[in-house]
Write a protein that binds this ligand. Structure first.
Ligand code: ZN
Length: 152
């Protein structure tokens, strides 16, 4: 990754941490889960409104480090209005980007998620970035079960 791109991504993270999108409580949410990353202490709650297999609305709140907050903010922006199958596919891509070698290709509309790619160089932060995504999956597919970045 060249340094210009790195700076740009850094800026995206800082911006989303400072001004998180879709942060707060979602009135009338029908899917929700709590997530916890014990390594860093990040806690997040993701709340969703799903209609006809589509994420109609999504919000998050919690306490966490800059990476976890920025990742949750980016996540809500990316999945809002999308069919659940697309959200699942996106989750798989983000996880691959964070944990696997090589470049992960994103559609143009999801390019901003590549801002999170930089955390791969910091293994301690990978779970900060993946927490909100694991929590999203828990909310969509096993509502009520707390998500954790640790294997059970
Ligand atoms: Zn963290």
């Amino acid at each position: 990754m060249d340094s210009e791109l790195r700076d740009l991504y850094q800026e995206v993270i800082l911006d989303h941490n400072k001004n998180p999108r879709n942060s707060g409580v979602l009135e009338g949410a029908d899917h929700a889960a709590n997530g916890h990353n014990p390594l860093c202490g990040d806690q997040v709650r993701v709340e969703l409104l799903v209609r006809d297999g589509r994420v109609e609305d999504v919000k998050f709140h919690g306490v966490g480090c800059a990476i976890s907050t920025a990742s949750a903010s980016l996540m809500t922006e990316s999945v809002k209005g999308r069919p659940v199958e697309e959200v699942d596919a996106l989750f798989a891509k983000v996880l691959a980007m964070l944990t696997q070698d090589g470049e992960t290709e994103f559609d143009e509309s999801d390019q901003q998620l590549m801002a999170l790619a930089g955390v791969k160089e910091f293994p301690m932060r990978v779970k900060c970035a993946s927490l909100s995504w694991h929590t999203l999956q828990a909310a969509l597919h096993k509502s009520g079960v707390p998500a954790t970045t640790e294997e059970k």
